[in-house]
Design a protein around this ligand. Structure first.
Ligand SMILES: Cc1cc2nc3c(=O)[nH]c(=O)nc-3n(C[C@H](O)[C@H](O)[C@H](O)COP(=O)(O)OP(=O)(O)OC[C@H]3O[C@@H](n4cnc5c(N)ncnc54)[C@H](O)[C@@H]3O)c2cc1C
Length: 261
């Protein structure tokens, strides 16, 4: 993770990926961890980790203690009646925003997945988080040359500034022409059961003035589909504010590399 975060081509052409990597875990962890391991890390839900609690992800059919339990950190997007655990990866959010492709090799040969298809919604099978077969490994992550990504940012909001998972995060890239949004990429972390491509917000923004009113309306439309639980309702507002701040940061020309961390 550290190698990728510091690679000159990543810093220059995909700042959103570099910043998302640096926002994750700690320097020591990033020095040891791999990109494949980061994408495939298991969720941080306390009930998943506590073998004394029911958890459909750990033990299908046993129930989900998070539904009415301690769910402050849980997902408000993409949940099902079986699981609301939040996807933990930061860099996956950036990779979803730029339409990365995950290449794999396994006993059945080589495969490639658009990254949005690589992460599975919990549905009725929350124990399946990705489509990898037993023995299949990620061999490469391909990022398409995407000019809009040169102007991109990753913002992460969490309980403390380091060594902490996101309560909400945003990967954003935008191209503005004559004051209107000509191209935009948005993805959310910390709020979804998978890294969440904010397609409703993107659709709302295209062709609209690149101003705070448009950004707020796009954020409102994306989060209108949220289904918060008792303790995580604050994430609806937090995610909307995060989207607006990320887009304002990009549109206002004040961005300097590293600002977003
Ligand atoms: C305290 C703590 C805080 C953290 N905070 C954050 C954070 O804020 N943001 C964030 O994004 N991450 C965070 N992480 C995750 C961390 O950055 C690592 O990504 C994670 O721990 C995985 O480590 P690893 O790469 O050594 O993978 P491993 O632990 O070796 O592997 C993780 C899983 O992935 C599988 N795997 C590994 N490589 C491949 C491959 N090539 N193909 C298929 N499967 C593979 C393994 O079999 C295993 O199931 C945190 C971790 C810890 C422990």
């Amino acid at each position: 993770m550290s190698d990728v975060a510091q690679a000159p081509v990543v810093v220059a052409r995909f700042p959103v990926i570099s910043q998302a990597l640096v926002a994750g875990a700690s320097a020591q962890l990033r020095n040891m961890a791999s990109m494949g391991g980061n994408l495939c890390q298991r969720v941080r839900c306390g009930y998943f980790r506590d073998v004394a609690s029911p958890c459909n992800k750990r033990e299908p059919g046993s129930g989900c203690a998070a539904m009415d339990g301690m769910n402050r950190g849980h997902a408000i997007l993409g949940g099902s009646g079986t699981c609301i655990a939040t996807h933990p990866s930061d860099v996956a959010v950036a990779l979803v925003a730029v339409d990365a492709v995950v290449h794999t090799r396994g006993p059945g040969g080589e495969r490639a997945f658009g990254i949005d298809d690589f992460f599975l919604l919990p549905g009725d099978t929350p124990d399946r988080e990705h489509p990898l077969d037993h023995g299949e490994l990620i061999t490469a992550i391909e990022v398409p040359a995407l000019p809009v990504a040169c102007r991109s940012v990753y913002l992460k909001f969490r309980d403390r500034q380091s060594y902490e998972f996101a309560l909400a995060s945003v990967a954003a890239a935008i191209r503005v022409e004559d004051g209107t949004v000509a191209e935009v990429r948005l993805a959310l972390g910390g709020v979804g059961t998978k890294p969440w491509r904010a397609r409703r917000a993107e659709a709302s923004l295209l062709g609209r003035p690149a101003d705070e009113a448009s950004f707020a309306e796009a954020a409102r439309q994306e989060l209108a589909q949220a289904t918060p639980r008792r303790q995580n309702e604050f994430k609806v507002e937090l995610a909307q504010r995060a989207i607006v701040r990320a887009l304002n940061t990009l549109a206002s020309n004040t961005l300097t590399n590293g600002d977003a961390r």
